[in-house]
Design a protein around this ligand. Structure first.
Ligand code: T46
Length: 137
């Protein structure tokens, strides 16, 4: 399988400082897949690490729709990349088979647009197991 690359997606914002802003995401347009599920994470205390898993099949675009969120992605083959999300109009595309560690700033809210329905079997939650599978691709 050819490795897909994580990337920031600029969705932009419609509006003005007077009225406020709106950002739009549509299937197979700004989002490079058909969205099957939406979930959001909030009230995570600062300093707590979430994520710590990789998905076998699921792709997603992550947003910090409030606050700042630091995300570290690891391909299990020695490549680690870091992103800081702090703008609601900018999403992070996370392909399948990238391990993620997620760090929430104060009052941060993470929105995830995902390509798959929930499936506990789609998760690698052990990094070594993930790394073995990633290297075998
Ligand atoms: C991801 C990051 C950004 C469900 O039952 N259904 C669901 O759709 C989801 C997303 C989770 N769960 C259960 C599984 C756990 O018992 O909710 C609990 C917390 O999930 P998790 O520990 O996976 O939470 P995060 O914040 O570490 O990860 C979540 C997503 O699972 C994951 O896909 O990429 O947000």
């Amino acid at each position: 399988m050819r490795e897909q690359t994580p990337a920031l997606i600029q969705l932009g914002a419609l509006g003005t400082d007077v009225f406020g802003y709106l950002t739009v995401a549509e299937n197979n347009k700004e989002i490079p897949f058909a969205i099957q599920r939406v979930y959001w994470t909030y009230r995570t205390p600062t300093g707590v690490k979430r994520g710590m898993h990789a998905h076998k099949k699921l792709q997603q675009v992550l947003f910090a729709i409030s606050g700042k969120i630091d995300i570290e992605l690891d391909n299990g083959k020695g490549k680690r990349v870091a992103f800081a999300l702090d703008t609601p109009g900018v999403g992070l595309y996370v392909p399948q088979m990238w391990w993620r560690d997620i760090f929430f700033g104060e009052n941060a809210v993470l929105l995830s647009l995902a390509s798959e329905l929930y499936d506990a079997a789609d998760y690698y939650r052990d990094f070594e197991e993930f790394a073995v599978a990633a290297k075998a691709l």
